[in-house]
Design a protein around this ligand. Structure first.
Ligand SMILES: [Zn+2]
Length: 431
């Protein structure tokens, strides 16, 4: 396959990409077409590596309204509601909903997802269901699973045993939820136990950490400390870190360098953080998302996750990582050219690094996986939640969407409206 005339996220335009045996064989201007190659005209649209979601909950997705909706909208009512739903779950229902979500994901050019899976269930129903889903979707989507003790590693009886069983069954990453343990010291103890378990088994760590508006919730400090103590640098991710929003600035001036030193990676979940945090505030009401621009400035890799779609915590969503990027840039006020671009990276390359995806990116020799967007630049893709004209994985077309076109019927004029804008490319070009 030869893709002609694409614009790349770095601003280069008029680029051709040659795909051979599922990999990019060459990327450049005016490549000769090998005999018999299928030639695809990209029409100057933006060709990006696929979207990646670094934080999701696939065992609860598409369960919105079961058995009831979250009336207060808080994290804690969501957790209680999930507790009500758990005994009613069947493996088949989890599999069906997860597969439906993966279809949505592929249609949106989202080809790799890290999903937490609740292990606080004697039957490990969700674990078995999602391991089955992982195998089923493997030919078209990379699904990575995190063993997540939703009810607390120490707070929920037998959680550590169940978590170990989940890892034995093939779950890829060690999870945690220190802020949900009974005390700060139990939270710190859970971080130590889980990091030691990861070190012993050679696994990565990804914890829900300090998902709270409490400025004194400081488990990320412990997570950075244990990461360094056990030599886990680069393999540990702190998800949410929302308490950082409310922390004292002096303390944060010490904390961010510690996070950078431990090479912790960070996932913010903009749609969910802006929805769940600040619920106990009157006005002014805190946004609650972690300090994304400051972490990026310190050299920390920060990705954005979708976290929830139509579940006990969030009633909306459609597997659109551009929606996630859009919310992230609003909440973090990353509205300059650099900020817009950083938010596009947060749902593509940064998340790929968090998942440790092999062969990701637009380089010769890498996997020929990409999404063609009906936009001229990353910022325009975010602005328009651009249609995914073509979704390709390892050289194979997985999805096509017709270009978005609107016919206007205006008195005295006939015109088709075009939401793309020439300045988008000019302003971002040649960077
Ligand atoms: Zn989560």
């Amino acid at each position: 396959m030869l893709i002609r005339n694409a614009t790349l996220p770095d601003g280069r335009s008029g680029i051709d990409l040659l795909v051979q045996q599922g990999r990019f064989a060459a990327i450049g201007a005016a490549l000769p077409a090998p005999p018999g190659a299928e030639v695809v005209d990209a029409g100057g649209w933006l060709l990006s590596p696929p979207f990646v979601d670094a934080h999701f909950h696939m065992d609860s997705t598409l369960s919105h309204g079961l058995p009831r909706v979250n009336a207060s909208g808080t994290l804690l009512e969501g957790i209680a509601l999930w507790g009500e739903l758990k005994p009613l779950l069947t493996q088949q229902a989890i599999v069906e909903r997860a597969l439906a979500y993966c279809d949505w994901a592929v249609a949106r050019g989202l080809l790799a997802i890290r999903s937490h899976v609740d292990v606080c269930d004697e039957r490990l129903l969700a674990v078995e269901a999602l391991l089955h889903v992982k195998k089923t979707v493997a030919p078209y989507l990379d699904l990575q699973l995190v063993a997540f003790p939703q009810d607390g590693l120490l707070r929920s009886p037998g959680a550590l045993t169940k978590l170990r069983r989940a890892l034995d069954l093939g779950v890829d990453v060690v999870g945690g939820i220190p802020h949900f343990e009974r005390t700060m010291s139990e939270g710190a103890e859970s971080v130590r136990i889980l990091c030691e378990l990861a070190a012993e088994r050679g696994l990565p760590v990804d914890m829900h950490c300090d998902e709270s508006d409490d400025p004194l919730s400081r488990h990320v400090e412990t997570l950075a400390f244990q990461t360094q103590r056990l030599g886990l640098q680069g393999r540990v991710t702190g998800s949410h870190l929302t308490s950082m929003h409310s922390m004292d600035n002096y303390y944060v001036s010490k904390l961010i360098p510690l996070i950078a030193e431990a090479q912790l990676q960070v996932v913010a979940n903009p749609l969910i953080n802006i929805t769940l945090q600040g619920r106990h505030d009157g006005y002014p009401r805190r946004r609650g998302m972690t300090r994304v621009p400051e972490l990026l400035a310190a050299g920390v890799n920060v990705g954005f996750g979708h976290d929830c779609v139509m579940d006990p915590w969030y009633a909306l969503g459609s597997a659109d990582m551009l929606e996630v990027a859009a919310m992230g840039l609003h909440v973090a006020q990353m509205t300059g050219a650099e900020g817009l671009r950083a938010c596009f990276d947060a749902v593509t390359v940064n998340n790929a690094r968090i998942l440790g995806l092999d062969g990701y990116g637009l380089e010769p020799g890498r996997r020929a996986s990409f999404v063609l967007l009906q936009a001229r630049s990353p910022a325009e893709a975010i602005r328009l939640r651009a249609p995914r004209l073509l979704v390709v994985r390892d050289g194979r077309v997985l999805a096509r969407t017709a270009p978005h076109e609107v016919a206007l019927f205006l008195p005295g004029r006939s015109a088709a409206v075009d939401f793309t804008h020439p300045t988008a490319q000019r302003l971002e070009g040649g960077r």
